[in-house]
Ligand binder design. Structure first.
Ligand code: WT7
Length: 637
């Protein structure tokens, strides 16, 4: 399989970019011709950003799994689709060919159907990084059910909120999952979530860790039993459901600046075209390469660049169950050598944490198979960039710094490996079809180079989000209302003298902790649920490994036990309400928060204090009680 849409030189990039701006419809129509459709589109694009209402490949019919699986069977059926590396290096890895994956997906799709799942139903998937997770996701897509994968680190309460919001009626989970030397319970968390959620009819449970779990009659069934039944029924086929281009493919929840996570909705055709297109072009994938994206499928990176993008391209995607530091900090490098990985795509936070172990874990590894390195999720600092370049890429692998978001579905700004130049700590140039603009706080476009502004995009690309599940107005106000006729990313950005973009971080109340996105309001809500808490304010501060750390200022009515105990209880509350990923790194108990006379918390001041500033708090003349700032500053931890 060669890719008609693959850009191979800088000049081709320039030409493609120019064409994609001058005539976006013609550009994407040509790209879309490389995919398998059940019926072609009537119109390439219809859009307005006011509603918003965006339709790509209108009236086209397709099924993404035919592009991910069926189309590869004839020519490349025995090529590995997924190489699965287990948490424990002593357990045998698995190689799943396209033919095998196709068969398993169809079989599990039949299981879903037998259990009552229909087109359009929402299926929540809460599993560890096992191959069956990929099977479950693709099986949903096969029958037109809308999957909503929830990262294994979220709590029962978070799951319940998402189940309710999505009105999900089915769950696929595991008894537990392995992470380093720990066994993480999953089914018990689902059980807790279901105690407060009555929309769920069936729970399918895969046996992974052999941990005892409760199985409720009539509701809970075992994956293995159901697969056996499907096999015995003799029906090994499952035709791919005919989906409309704009039918939802999946929902993925992500945090925003308000308390409640939003269900970002991606649809079938545009998402398929753009993830495959961006995968091939950014990483310069060539057939046979082994692509290792270290993300979890619980995040958009895993959806787009472990599953859909690579599989549409007929690629070999490596899926890793474990963590980079177990059994030791050389685990990634073991995997690279063992499976002869060609492309390694990871997060700056992982790089920084591995940097902390020095270079001895790298010694004894060849790393000669590597051709391309990538980063995603947060700004990469120059030190980490150079370390990655020198110690892992040995100075011979281009590094792609890929900027994108859950909402964008695929990479929007990045260099293309070996095609367009890299610049440390810069995502560099927009992909064809992507029109970034920088605006000031009034929405005026900032033109020219060497300028800073808020990053917006002024024309739709195929994998832009279409709505937020069950609440279109929320989608409009969040992304399309801040600046008229622009999609607002929430990121601040610098454009250098050569037109390269450097993302400087969020300009809203969203934190990026170890590449995970968490809203400060969400953490505050969780803290405030503790009985002894009156109110709280959460801000981010620079953290050497996590990028940003979580700093919580908390006002208590009564302190149970001593302060340390109180902090522990608050941490426990956040873990219960959201999950361990939202645990504050620092909790400062304070007597009050700095508020203006109108009652607004002056977060700017709290941010400065958390960053370690002791003066220069800016204009504090509107503060109700300036004394409180002094007090908080002196109590800083
Ligand atoms: C936010 C999106 C999309 C992949 C995983 C995160 C930040 C993402 C970069 C980058 C600087 C980046 C932005 C963005 N971000 N990639 N290469 N350089 N910042 O997805 O959870 O939706 O978070 O991550 O702030 O808005 P997400």
């Amino acid at each position: 399989m060669s890719y008609a849409y693959q850009i191979k030189t800088k000049r081709e990039y320039n030409e493609a970019y120019k064409k994609s701006i001058e005539d976006p419809e013609a550009y994407w129509e040509e790209v879309a011709a490389s995919f398998i459709w059940k019926k072609k589109w009537e119109k390439v694009l219809e859009w307005n950003f006011t509603a918003p209402d965006i339709k790509w490949f209108k009236e086209a019919k397709l099924n993404i799994t035919e592009n991910c699986l069926d189309r590869h069977i004839e020519a490349n059926g025995d090529n590995p689709a997924i190489i699965w590396e287990p948490n424990n290096p002593d357990e045998k890895h698995r190689v799943i060919t396209y033919r095998q994956l196709h068969k398993e997906v169809m079989q599990f799709a039949n299981v879903l159907k037998h259990n009552g799942v229909q087109k359009g139903d929402r299926v929540c998937i809460y599993m560890g990084m096992v191959p069956e997770l990929a099977v479950a996701v693709l099986a949903c897509a096969r029958i037109g059910a809308i999957h909503s994968v929830i990262f294994g680190g979220f709590s029962a309460q978070s799951i319940a909120d998402r189940l309710q919001d999505a009105q999900a009626s089915f769950i696929v989970t595991c008894d537990g999952s392995y992470r380093g030397n720990k066994v993480i319970p999953l089914k018990p968390v689902i059980d807790d979530a279901l105690a407060q959620c009555d929309t769920v009819k069936k729970v399918i449970v895969l046996n992974r860790t052999h941990t005892p779990v409760s199985m409720i009659k009539g509701r809970d069934v075992w994956w293995e039993d159901e697969m056996k039944k499907a096999e015995l029924s003799g029906n090994l086929q499952c035709n791919a459901e005919e989906m409309d281009a704009e039918d939802p493919l999946f929902i993925l929840y992500t945090s925003g600046s308000t308390g409640k996570p939003k269900g970002v909705v991606h649809t079938c055709a545009g998402y398929m075209v753009y993830t495959a297109y961006s995968f091939v072009n950014v990483f310069q994938y060539t057939l046979g390469d082994v692509h290792f994206c270290t993300a979890d499928i619980g995040w958009i990176t895993g959806h787009s660049y472990i599953l859909y993008g690579p599989l549409c391209a007929g690629a070999t995607s490596l899926m890793f169950e474990g963590i980079p530091t177990w059994p030791d900090a050389g685990r990634f490098w073991d995997i690279v050598d063992k499976h002869q990985v060609n492309i390694l795509y990871t997060a700056p936070t992982a790089i920084r944490s591995l940097m902390g172990f020095g270079i001895s874990p790298i010694e004894g590894h060849q790393l000669t198979s590597l051709k391309v390195l990538g980063t995603v999720g947060e700004p990469i600092n120059e030190e980490a960039w150079h370390w990655y370049n020198e110690n892992i890429g040995k100075g011979r692998c281009p590094i792609v710094d890929t900027w994108w978001q859950t909402e964008t579905g695929g990479i929007l700004i990045s260099n293309m490996a070996g095609i367009t130049p890299a610049k440390p700590a810069h995502a560099t140039l927009p992909l064809p079809g992507v029109q970034p603009v920088l605006v000031d706080e009034h929405g005026n476009e900032i033109t020219g180079n060497n300028v800073n502004g808020n990053l917006c995009i002024k024309h739709p690309w195929p994998s832009i989000l279409r709505t937020t599940y069950g609440n279109h107005e929320r989608c409009r106000t969040n992304y399309f209302a801040t600046y008229p006729n622009l999609y607002f990313t929430g990121d601040g950005c610098y454009r250098d003298n050569d037109g390269n973009y450097r993302i400087t971080g969020r300009v809203d109340d969203v934190l990026n902790v170890s590449g995970h996105r968490i809203g400060t309001a969400e953490i505050e809500n969780a803290i405030n649920m503790h009985t002894g808490v009156i109110e709280s304010a959460v801000v981010g501060y620079p953290h050497d490994i996590k990028g940003q750390g979580i700093y919580a200022y908390v006002v208590c009515s009564n302190i149970h036990g001593d302060e340390t105990e109180m902090r522990g209880d608050i941490t426990q509350t956040v873990t219960r309400i959201i999950g361990a990923i939202a645990k504050p790194d620092k909790i400062q108990l304070v007597n009050g928060l700095p508020k203006t006379r109108s009652g607004k918390i002056m977060r700017r001041v709290l941010r400065k204090i958390a960053e370690g500033e002791t003066s220069n708090f800016g204009d504090t003349s509107t503060l109700l009680d300036p004394g409180i700032v002094e007090e908080i500053k002196n109590g800083k931890i």
